[in-house]
Ligand binder design. Structure first.
Ligand code: ATP
Length: 247
């Protein structure tokens, strides 16, 4: 039987430059097919947590010094980032990085899974365009001229080209108008529903994130301080204070 959890972090600790304790024993579970948010203020340790999962900590600087990351029941701590991508883990970094001198279409082709056939690539591209019709409209433009929202869509589209099982998004709402954030989150929610893709969403924008996820974790100073259903978290006075007073 398939394990019920796609992702499980067990007491993960990350130290930068031998001294700076960025996350101090973080435990997070993502059930298969779920959409889960990791919330918290600037510097709380959200990006570091994602990097411990995708393997994108630079070995000479950041190290997982304790705990373990399990993907589909397998400990992946020794795997290189590319091997984790092959297993189905994809990490969309903060700041929507796309190849600005290439068109959206070329960006998608370049991001395609190496092991796939040309047919797979074309099918994945059609899938991305079906969820992001705006990208299809702009497919021959230079990506550097896309709007911030379109670039975020392209960054997510590139991630989908790897045929992931777990999509991790770092602050996709950053710098975007609220209507665009709602549109993008809505599309991610539909992909989650229709493709069965599990999603771990890192956000400072707790209001928007809690509208689309089923569960959330709140991280503060490198520790999980709250874990609950999205409904319960929306009603929580600490969260309300955080997102009314925060950012
Ligand atoms: P942000 O939204 O700013 O990315 P975050 O919640 O994702 O915030 P992290 O980026 O994970 O937080 O940072 C957690 C802690 O680790 C912070 O104190 C930060 O200063 C420190 N840190 C992050 N990256 C590095 C690094 N490459 N080298 C040293 N310290 C780092």
């Amino acid at each position: 039987a398939e394990p019920a959890l796609i992702l499980s972090l067990n007491n993960v600790e990350v130290i930068y430059d031998h001294v700076s304790l960025a996350i101090k024993g973080v435990s997070i579970d993502v059930p298969q097919g779920a959409m889960v948010a990791l919330l918290g203020a600037n510097g709380a340790g959200k990006s570091t947590t994602l990097k411990s999962i995708s393997g994108l900590l630079r070995p000479e600087r950041g190290l997982v010094t304790r705990g373990e990351v399990q993907f589909l029941g397998q400990n992946i701590d020794a795997l290189a980032p590319q091997e984790r991508v092959k297993l189905g883990i994809v990490h969309v970094l903060e700041g929507r990085r796309v190849f600005e001198h290439m068109t959206p279409d070329e960006n998608l082709v370049a991001a395609s899974a190496v092991r796939g056939t040309r047919q797979d690539m074309l099918r994945n591209k059609d899938m991305v365009y079906s969820y992001f019709p705006r990208l299809h409209q702009r497919r021959t433009a230079q990506s550097g001229y896309l709007s911030g929202g379109e670039q975020q869509m392209l960054a997510i589209g590139r991630a989908l080209m790897t045929q992931p099982k777990l999509l991790m998004l770092d602050e996709p709402s950053l710098g975007l108008a609220p209507f665009l954030v709602a549109e993008i989150f809505d599309i991610v929610r539909r992909i989650n529903n229709e493709e069965g893709l599990s999603v771990l969403l890192v956000e400072q924008n707790a209001i928007a994130a809690l509208e689309v996820v089923s569960h959330g974790y709140m991280i503060e100073n490198g520790r999980v301080v709250m874990h609950d259903s999205a409904e319960a978290m929306k009603k929580n006075p600490d969260i309300q204070e955080f997102y009314l007073g925060g950012t």
